[in-house]
Design a protein around this ligand. Structure first.
Ligand SMILES: *Cc1c(COP(=O)(O)O)cnc(C)c1O
Length: 391
């Protein structure tokens, strides 16, 4: 398990991505961690086994991915789950009825739905607020607040939260800070280094990067939280299958080069959009006109591959015209794969968010979101120009 003892602790990101958690298979020397597709393990005699008993508890392919992701986020403990939401659900099971959670008001829609429609019924209390305003945030905390749940940047408005400031404030009050780092990935942003208690991922997105599996992960260096997560991962059972872990391990090996290309392409497309539509209508932390551009530079080493923009007058019709004209960008939900996707959040990923709430944050009916892939930039630029021709 995780026998990467040859890896120096100060190894660089790509070296860790390729080697952490993965040493040649002890039985055959296979360079790639095998898919241990088994549900149980033979015991030699009563009470005598190799440390592997049942696959919900022990699976070497999953352990490799867990150690790999922990190394990338700079945390001591990693836990993998069947999806990002399964990771969130398990994390929230560390709390008890009567506990209060403060979360961002522009969260991933599925996270909001899990909190509001499911976990509230079990006695957890939630408050949603703008986590980018430290004073408002502090006022939302109550004596029974146990957890702060943050996404930065938010989706699709690309607002940032100052992770160092928020973590310091929360820790002083004994509140743990969880950061959904799906958009930035540890290649660009490592919340644990900025003071967060735990990092959450939809492995489905950039970490796997090839749009061919679902997965989730949690990483922390907090030993008590890790003990609790290890217990719940097994007790509640939302574990990923070994095949999906193997796919994700193949994905993380190229995370650094993919993120560099996602970002280079996104920066160029954001510039094209801003020239055409004005910075007010383009939401990308890498644009010097983004209201939190300096914070983006301070707490992350890059700006990522996600862009939102509002074509024309912001109406649904204007958005639809552009959306339907893309030829290379695929019209689909999700993000973080090698292929470029375009999404209409108001009707797709954020359909459950009331229109009034959307409009209050500048999230117009026609807003479009791009997950910029790693295709050749000139082809993406040509497709975007074609889609925008009448705007
Ligand atoms: C997709 C996503 C999730 C949920 O992950 P699943 O793997 O789809 O369950 C959570 N947070 C963010 C930011 C996401 O994009």
């Amino acid at each position: 398990m995780g026998g990467d003892s040859s890896l120096r602790p100060e190894s660089g990101f790509s070296t860790r991505a390729i080697h952490a958690g993965q040493s040649p298979d002890p039985t055959t020397g296979a360079v790639v961690v095998p898919i241990y597709q088994t549900s149980t393990y033979a015991q030699e005699a009563l009470g005598k086994h190799k440390g592997f008993e049942y696959a919900r508890t022990h699976n070497a392919t999953r352990f490799a991915l867990e150690n790999n992701l922990a190394a990338l986020e700079g945390g001591r403990f990693g836990f993998c789950f069947a999806s990002g939401l399964a990771a969130t659900n398990t994390l929230l099971q560390t709390l008890s009825a009567g506990d209060h959670v403060v979360a961002g008001d522009n969260l991933y829609g599925g996270t909001y739905r899990l909190f509001e429609k499911v976990l509230r019924r079990f006695g957890l209390e939630f408050a949603f607020t703008a986590t980018d305003d430290l004073q408002t945030l502090e006022k939302t905390l109550r004596p029974n607040t146990k957890m702060l749940f943050v996404e930065t940047p938010t989706n699709p408005m690309m607002r940032l939260t100052d992770l160092r400031a928020v973590s310091a404030m929360a820790r002083e009050r004994g509140v743990s800070v969880v950061v959904d780092n799906t958009f930035m990935t540890p290649y660009f942003q490592r919340p644990l280094e900025l003071g967060a208690t735990a990092v959450l991922h939809s492995v489905t997105k950039y970490l796997n990067g090839h749009s061919d599996m679902l997965g989730g992960a949690l990483v922390t260096s907090d030993e008590a939280l890790a003990d609790s997560l290890r217990f719940l991962q097994n007790a509640a059972g939302a574990v990923p299958g070994p095949m999906d872990c193997w796919l994700a391990l193949r994905g993380t090996k190229t995370l650094a080069v993919r993120m560099q290309r996602h970002e280079a392409n996104a920066r160029a497309l954001a510039d094209d959009l801003a020239r055409r539509l004005g910075v007010d209508a383009v939401f990308y932390p890498g644009l010097p006109g983004h209201p939190q551009h300096h914070l983006a530079k301070r707490q992350a080493s890059g700006f990522g591959g996600m862009i939102s923009f509002i074509p024309g007058d912001g109406s649904l019709e204007a958005g639809r015209r552009v959306f339907d004209r893309f030829r290379l960008f695929t019209r689909a939900e999700s993000l973080g794969g090698v292929e470029s996707l375009v999404c209409h959040p108001a009707s797709m990923t954020h359909a459950s968010v009331p229109r009034k709430t959307r409009m209050a944050m500048g999230f117009a009916d026609g807003l479009l979101r791009l997950s910029v892939g790693i295709e050749d930039l000139v082809d993406l630029q040509a497709d975007l120009a074609h889609a925008l021709q009448d705007v």
